[in-house]
Design a protein around this ligand. Sequence first.
Ligand SMILES: [Zn+2]
Length: 308
Amino acid sequence: MSAPEYAIGVDIGGTKIAFALVDRSGQALDTHQLATNAGSGPDAVIEAAAEGVRLLAGRSPGRVAGVGVGVPGFVDFEWGIVRNAVNLGWVEMPLAARLAEATGLPTRVQNDVNALLDGELRFGAARGCRAVALAAIGTGVGGAFAFEGKVVSGAVGSAGEIGHTPIMPSRRLCRCGLRGCVEAYLSGVGLASGVSEHRADFPASPLAQGEPAAREIVAAADAGDKLALAIMAEALEAWQMVVAVYAMILNPERIVIGGGLGSALAPRLLEAGQQALQEQVLPFARGLTFALAEVQSPAVGAAAAAFA
Ligand SMILES: [Zn+2]
């Protein structure tokens, strides 16, 4: 019998669970979405995840190899156990075993950002890479890296967590409790913190009056707003630290930029990234390329683990 041609990816977020039925090239043939309702407890969330998987498995045109799941938190990939997922309120949850029992399909579970990189390795911008790092820039910042085509987990699953690496000299307080984290500057949360911190210096800026969304801050920077430009300069300084740390410590051949804000800031990140390579990275480690994430959704990326 030939290998199954399809897999189901599941991305469990704080508010919704996204599902995708994908083929071996990473094309989504079908998708589905359900509310997470984390407040209803883990059993209800797992049943919702199983329900979505069964629905897409029932619609699949062929045999399904298995299920790959991305979860925000620390995950033991080998055993499929979610060690700690703060947004979901889960501790030591044997998610892979529970879902496999409920769906009858082999299931792999990993951290959601690791799942993004896994998806890029199999389907997208990291195909063929031996050493590659990913920065997922959205409301927060996640990071992951892979060697020999495999995502590196580290001792407790936190390898590559660049978002909460406190490398910024101005030491702004991060929501994790540390000071100077990349995420405190280069993220939706970070841009909003920048407004709070600098609004008194730029009273003429329309942004200074309210609580602008990240996309409004980006648009204002495009239009030359001085408050937005000051915030953006800090965000790009944090990005350049990310590039320098990734380049020198991991020595990747490629850095993949993901996340909604990463996409919105792409031209700025590419330009600032090149500058960082020239000015903050020793010559031997400069030979890397930047690429934008290609996989169409986190659920599609999560499916990659089911084909491995
Ligand atoms: Zn932090």
